[in-house]
Ligand binder design. Structure first.
Ligand code: AMP
Ligand code: GLY
Length: 417
């Protein structure tokens, strides 16, 4: 009779709720969304750490799972653990891996983990000096959490200098990471990290840019697919050995061991895989295409990871189906999303994970930027892309979506024929 509390309100938390519900009796989501309520999950309107602790105690929650980074960097895991409550995620100190790019870059450089060369500066003068002598393009990253909007790539010194003028007008001592521009395909590794064991999920590829052809501004993620067959297992194993395992060892050596989900953003450069960034939670929309591949009990496995016991986390065969997920967003996303738009009706074999939705006149309508993720699985990417887009295009929805999610995988499949 286990009960689980999931914290968050997006499509990622929706698929976690569905996956936990395969084996536990009670799944609560705080604060959740109206789509989750419609699917039968109990949502609780709480967002503050002390209130969540009181809820977990009063409902005798067996496991709390945190979807996004904000509460992790605030120290929710430390606070729950201080009360003797089971929670899966990194402590505040370990969550710095996502919370501070300056912290992470200095750790990577100290332990020789492959990543873009970088310097951290904390003043306008220092930044100008570096930018005047840097190779271009150059990458400039704000230090703290920025919801995917903290990274700028500049082609010329003039635009870079104008960019940092604005930053230092707002904060005289803003910490900035200035780094080398890397090139190559990107993929993400998701690792379930326990006290004694680490389990890696099938890799995924996200599409962060808003528009087709990887143009437009960065978003939280417009679509993803998994597994990524055109990236060889040898590359993945090299990335695990050179980018994932050493950072976990480094965190241990530093006295801040990492537990929870480690998301390693990898760029496959000509010099091998390098770290773009780490996140301390699952990706959204990547969770929506990775979790359905789990063929064992999520709850039991996470409890075993927390307890330092052996786990048996298993995934569908790598040559089984490919999962393709497309984010449907409100027009105006990411800056000014329209609310109150009706939602498309999709065929039964499309998995729908709701995010920014609300109930209005007895039906679900849009209430946020990313509204839902639509996921399909098929034996090939060509079939998945053809069938999912046929279903989406037939709905004539007002929501917007990219039309080319999975383009690299489709091109690789077609080239093999
Ligand atoms: P991040 O928020 O660090 O994941 O960065 C967002 C996106 O910016 C990444 O997915 C990359 O596409 C791009 N990016 C970040 N760092 C670099 C880099 N050093 N070189 C080239 N592209 C980068
Ligand atoms: N999809 C990217 C992220 O979750 O950060």
């Amino acid at each position: 009779m286990a009960s689980v509390l999931i914290i968050g309100s997006g499509a990622r938390e929706f698929i976690f709720a569905k996956t936990f519900a395969n084996s536990v009796d009670h799944v609560f989501v705080a604060p959740g969304n109206a789509g989750m309520r419609e699917a039968g999950f109990e949502t609780v309107d709480l967002t503050e750490i002390p209130d969540l602790i009181t809820f977990a105690q009063s409902q005798q929650i067996d496991l709390t799972f945190v979807g996004s980074e904000a509460l992790l960097t605030e120290g929710i895991v430390d606070a729950f653990q201080a009360e003797g409550l089971a929670i899966f995620g990194p402590t505040k100190a370990a969550a710095q891996l996502e919370g501070s790019k300056a912290f992470t870059k200095s750790l990577l450089h100290k332990y020789d983990i492959p990543t873009a060369a970088s310097v951290t500066v904390t003043s306008h003068d220092e930044a100008v000096q570096i930018l005047q002598n840097h190779a271009y393009p150059v990458v400039v990253k704000l230090d703290g959490l920025a919801l995917g909007k903290g990274v700028s790539i500049y082609e010329h010194p003039e635009t870079a200098l104008a960019g940092i003028d604005i930053i230092y007008q707002q904060d005289e001592h803003a910490p900035l990471v200035i780094e080398e521009f890397m090139q190559g395909p990107e993929f993400s590794i998701f690792s379930f990290v326990g006290k004694e064991q680490v389990v890696h999920a099938p890799i995924a590829q996200d599409h962060k840019r808003l528009l087709d052809g990887d143009r437009g501004p960065n978003t939280g993620g417009m679509g993803a697919y998994s597994p990524v067959r055109w990236i060889g297992d040898d590359v993945v194993q090299t990335a695990i050995k050179s980018l994932v395992e050493p950072v976990l060892t480094a965190m241990q050596t530093e006295g801040t061991p990492f537990e929870g989900i480690l998301y390693t953003g990898v760029m496959l450069t000509a010099a091998g895989p390098k770290v773009i960034e780490y996140n301390v939670r699952f990706g959204d929309p990547e969770a929506q295409v990775v979790l359905p591949q789990l063929t064992s009990d999520l709850y039991q496995n996470i409890m075993a990871l927390i307890a330092g016991k052996p786990t048996s986390m298993t995934w569908q065969d790598a040559d089984a189906d490919v999962y393709l997920g497309v984010t449907l967003a409100a027009p105006g996303y990411p800056l000014n999303p329209e609310k109150g738009l009706s939602l498309p009706s999709l065929p039964n074999d499309v998995q729908i994970d709701y995010a920014g939705v609300k109930q209005q006149a007895n039906q679900l309508v849009s209430n946020g930027g990313r509204v839902l993720t639509a996921v399909i699985h098929r034996p090939t990417m060509v079939a998945a892309q053809t069938d999912l887009y046929a279903a989406l295009d037939q709905t004539h929805t007002d929501l917007v979506y990219r039309h080319d999610i999975g383009h690299q995988a489709v091109a690789a499949e077609l080239a093999e024929e």
